[in-house]
Design a binder for this molecule. Structure first.
Ligand SMILES: NC(=O)c1ccc[n+]([C@@H]2O[C@H](COP(=O)([O-])OP(=O)(O)OC[C@H]3O[C@@H](n4cnc5c(N)ncnc54)[C@H](O)[C@@H]3O)[C@@H](O)[C@H]2O)c1
Length: 387
């Protein structure tokens, strides 16, 4: 059996702790050795705090530090998980890839396309293994959709997600010390989260890419929050209407809302191919299509066209993406990864492009232009003074 993969996590907040929980399990199976935990706010590294999130966790020989560069220099690592708020990266992924360390980058990999392109370039140059945190591709229901649609021509998908602004959980970054929200709910704030399409909607966007392939263009219009209606810096728009055009010719509607004082949430999905509808009904993935002699003598009933798709048993997708990442490292084979950093760039460009389209009054933005055309320069740049 190969040596356990020596891993570190940068950022022990909500997501870093979820990864630590999975890695703690993988460590008990001899697959990884949790070697270092790094967080700029040292109390997020306290054993007693972490124990509240990871059963039976103990620091033992795990190295802890607030200093990324010093940890990189002093510890022997194979892989690092990056779980920072997406606007605060400061060259850490680039330093790690240049040191030959494999990269697990949480989504969105950056709020700034130029920064993400630079990260991608350095990952490629160094030939390190990488994945982006799109664990939903490992969810058995979404895999079932992927398999079912493989030989079909999708035409249109609509995904609606309504969530209350107050539904965002409190985060572990002490944003109040960094000029951010006093209540630490940075996901409700535009400057910190890049808005809901980038922070949350990138998951639906990436799932659609898993099913239909790459996105060619985006158009978006948002209803922005009234300045008099902003509480605790929660200034993200009320509602978002985004259209994606896929290279395969299908279109998608991504409709999101984050209202305040409603405490209501729901969601809806309709996935259409040329001859049927796919829906999620509870834990079932259901396809509605007619497969008898055509034309039928009588109009088929809803029951006659209802087909529950076969799905594999439930898995913890956060654990599953880590298993795939660690396996890719130990075998040197990235082919089993459902989302590499490079392959995830289209999802990131699509959601950042949505923000740009909204600012340009719903202009259709082709992602190949968004990545390079001077017209979109200002939307790709990282501002010099952030946080
Ligand atoms: N894949 C998913 O389903 C999923 C779920 C939640 C969050 N995320 C993503 O994970 C990332 C982290 O989000 P989170 O919810 O854990 O946020 P968080 O604020 O709870 O945690 C971030 C952690 O990073 C630390 N940190 C902040 N700035 C730092 C810096 N400059 N150097 C070192 N440490 C620093 C903070 O102290 C905190 O512990 C985000 O990109 C978010 O979108 C992904």
């Amino acid at each position: 059996m190969s040596q356990p993969t020596r891993v570190a996590i940068l950022g022990l907040g909500q997501r870093g702790l979820q990864h630590l929980r999975s890695l703690w399990k993988l460590q008990s199976e001899g697959l990884v050795k949790i070697t270092a935990l790094i967080d700029v706010f040292e109390d997020n590294l306290a054993e007693t705090k972490i124990q509240a999130y990871v059963d039976e966790f103990h620091l033992d020989s795990i190295y802890t530090s607030a200093d990324f560069g010093e940890t990189l220099a002093s510890q022997s690592l194979d892989a690092i998980y990056f779980a920072l708020p997406p606007g605060v990266h400061n060259g850490e992924i680039i330093q790690a890839a240049n040191a030959g360390i494999h990269i697990f980058a949480e989504k969105p990999m950056s709020l700034y396309l130029n920064e993400a392109v630079e990260m991608e370039g350095v990952i490629q140059e160094n030939g390190v293994i990488s994945t982006a945190g799109f664990q939903q591709r490992y969810d058995s229901r979404y895999e079932a959709v992927h398999k079912f649609l493989a030989d079909k021509q999708p035409v249109m998908t609509t995904m609606v997600v309504n969530g209350p602004l107050e539904g965002h959980s409190t985060k572990h970054t002490k944003t109040e010390t960094l000029g951010g929200p006093a209540n630490r709910v940075w996901t409700a704030n535009f400057e910190w989260s890049g808005a809901t399409v980038v922070e949350g909607g990138i998951h639906q966007t990436d799932l659609m890419r898993y099913w239909f392939g790459d996105i060619s263009w985006v158009e978006a219009n948002y209803i922005h929050r009234d300045a008099s209606d902003i509480v605790d810096d929660g200034n993200n728009p009320y509602a978002y209407s985004v259209r994606f055009g896929f290279e395969c010719g299908c279109i998608a509607n991504l409709i999101l809302s984050r209202l305040r004082q409603t405490y209501y949430s729901d969601s809806y999905e309709s996935i259409l191919w040329t001859h049927g509808h796919l829906k999620f009904e509870g834990n079932n993935v259901v396809a509605y299509y007619y497969d008898g002699p055509y034309p039928p003598d009588d109009t088929p009933t809803k029951d006659a066209v209802r087909h529950i798709l076969p799905t594999s048993p439930y898995v913890d997708s956060t654990e599953e993406i880590s298993r795939a990442f660690v396996r890719a490292i130990s075998t040197g084979d990235s082919a089993q990864l459902k989302s590499t950093f490079a392959s995830s760039m289209n999802s990131l460009a699509a959601v950042l492009g949505a923000n740009a389209s909204d600012q340009l009054d719903g202009e259709r933005i082709y992602l190949k232009d968004f990545l390079a055309a001077p017209r979109y320069d200002r939307f790709r740049q990282k501002p010099t003074m952030v946080h």
